[in-house]
Write a protein that binds this ligand. Structure first.
Ligand SMILES: [Zn+2]
Length: 392
C-alpha cells in the first residue's frame, strides 16, 4: 500500500499532466479557460499553475487586447515555456518542400521553402528536406538540440501515422527514416491536405471549431475532416479524399484507379483543358487563377461551374458529417465569391435546410504554410510526451 502522501503526490502529477496536455494542444489560455478545459477545481488549478511557473515549465504571457470588452486589464494567459522544446513541421509536395518551426507555446518561429527537382525520388526529397531544415535553422540561429519531434506531411494515402526508426513501411520510408536518423527524433506522418485541415482548426479560419470540413482545391482536390476536435484519419488513411468521389462511373479514368472523379472534373488540368477547348490557351494553374482575377471572358464561367460541382459534393459531405464550418483552401479559394458563392448555394439548398443555412463557408487563412503548420499541430495534439525537464 502507498502511503497517503505518495497517493496525493501521484494525484497532483496527474492533474499537472492534464494541465500541461491542454496547454500543449490549445496554446496560451487564461486561468479561467484552463480551469474549464481541465475540469479541475479553481483552487487546485491555481496551485498547480503557481508551482509550474516556479519550475519554469510554464510562463505568464500578456493577453492580446483582441477586442475592447469592458474595462480593466485583460487576464494574463498561461503558456508552456517556449524554451521547453522545438517542433518541426515539413510539407513534402511533388514540386517543393515547405518548413515551419514552432515552440511548444504554439509560436511559429521560422518558415522556409525549397524547390524539389521535377521527378525527384523519395531519397532526393528527403535530402531537400534535410538541407532546408539546416539552412533555415542557421539563418534564424535556432539550436536544433532542443528539437522534440518532426511532423511530416506527404502526398497521397498515409495510413501509418507514427513511424519510429526501423519500423517504417512502404513509400514513406525513405523520407521519414532519413529525417529520424539525421535529427535523432521521432517522426509523425500524415497526408498533407489533412494536415492543412488540422492547421486551420488550430490556428486558422476554423480556430477552435470542433467539427470542420476542409477542402483544398488546387492542381488536385484534397481535404480533411476534423470531428469532435480530432483529425479523422480513417481505417486506411484515406479519410478526406473528396477529390476521388466519383461524379460519373463512366467518366474519364483517374490516377486513383477510379473513373469520373471530382478531381478529374475540377482539378486545374481539367479546367485548363475546358478553357483550351473554348479557345482560351493558358499555361497552368497560376495563369488560370490570374485570368479569373482579370475576369477574362469565359474563364469565370468555367471556374464557377466547377465550384458548383464541388459544392454538390460538399453538400453531401455536410449532410453526413454535420460540421460547424466548411473551409476552402488552395489557389482557387483566393478567387473569393466566384468560388465561395456557388459552394454556399449548394450547401444552402441541401436537403436539410435548417442545417445548411447555419454552416459557415469561409476561405482558408493560413496560405502556403498550412500543411507544414498542420504537421506541427499533429505533434501538439498527440498524447503528451512531457518534456523531461518539466519534471523537477
Ligand atoms: Zn480518383
Amino acid at each position: 500500500m502507498d502511503k497517503p502522501a505518495d497517493a496525493l503526490q501521484r494525484l497532483r502529477r496527474v492533474h499537472e499532466d492534464a494541465a500541461v496536455a491542454v496547454l500543449r494542444s490549445a496554446g496560451a489560455l487564461s486561468r479561467a479557460e484552463l480551469t474549464q478545459r481541465t475540469g479541475l477545481s479553481r483552487t487546485t488549478l491555481f496551485s498547480i499553475i503557481s508551482e509550474l511557473i516556479e519550475r519554469d515549465a510554464v510562463v505568464e504571457v500578456e493577453a492580446l487586447p483582441a477586442e475592447p470588452r469592458g474595462r480593466g486589464r485583460p487576464a494574463a494567459l498561461i503558456a508552456l515555456n517556449p524554451s521547453a522544446g522545438l517542433l518541426i513541421g515539413l510539407d513534402v509536395g511533388r514540386r517543393r518542400v515547405r518548413l515551419a518551426i514552432a515552440n511548444v507555446a504554439h509560436e511559429i518561429i521560422a518558415t522556409g521553402m525549397a524547390d524539389i527537382p521535377a521527378g525527384a525520388d523519395a531519397p532526393a526529397q528527403a535530402e531537400a528536406a534535410v538541407r532546408l531544415v539546416r539552412r533555415v535553422g542557421e539563418e534564424h540561429g535556432i539550436r536544433l538540440g532542443a528539437l522534440e519531434a518532426i511532423g511530416l506531411g506527404l502526398v497521397g494515402i498515409v495510413d501509418d501515422p507514427s513511424l519510429p526508426a526501423g519500423t517504417v513501411p512502404a513509400r514513406h520510408a525513405p523520407v521519414a527514416r532519413r529525417l529520424a536518423e539525421e535529427f535523432g527524433v521521432r517522426v509523425a506522418v500524415d497526408n498533407n491536405a489533412r494536415l492543412a485541415a488540422l492547421a486551420e482548426s488550430t490556428w486558422g479560419a476554423a480556430r477552435s471549431v470542433g467539427d470542420l470540413v476542409y477542402v483544398r482545391w488546387s492542381v488536385g482536390v484534397g481535404g480533411g475532416f476534423v470531428v469532435g476536435g480530432r483529425l479523422l484519419r480513417g481505417a486506411h488513411g484515406a479519410a478526406g479524399e473528396i477529390g476521388h468521389v466519383s461524379l460519373d462511373p463512366e467518366g474519364p479514368p483517374c490516377h486513383c484507379g477510379g473513373r469520373g472523379c471530382l478531381e478529374r472534373r475540377i482539378g486545374s488540368q481539367a479546367l485548363l483543358e475546358v478553357c483550351a477547348a473554348r479557345g482560351i490557351a493558358l499555361t497552368g494553374l497560376d495563369a488560370l487563377v490570374a485570368a479569373a482575377q482579370d475576369r477574362v471572358p469565359g474563364v469565370c464561367e468555367v471556374i464557377s461551374a466547377a465550384a458548383a460541382d464541388l459544392g454538390r459534393i460538399l453538400a453531401d459531405t455536410v449532410v453526413q458529417l454535420d460540421p460547424e464550418r466548411v473551409v476552402v483552401g488552395g489557389e482557387f479559394a483566393s478567387l473569393g465569391s466566384l468560388v465561395l458563392d456557388p459552394i454556399r448555394q449548394a450547401i444552402d439548398g441541401l436537403a436539410l435546410p435548417k442545417i445548411g443555412r447555419r454552416i459557415g463557408v469561409t476561405p482558408a487563412d493560413l496560405g502556403v504554410n498550412a500543411s507544414a503548420m498542420g504537421a506541427i499541430a499533429l505533434l501538439l495534439n498527440e498524447e503528451p510526451a512531457i518534456p523531461g525537464h518539466l519534471r523537477p
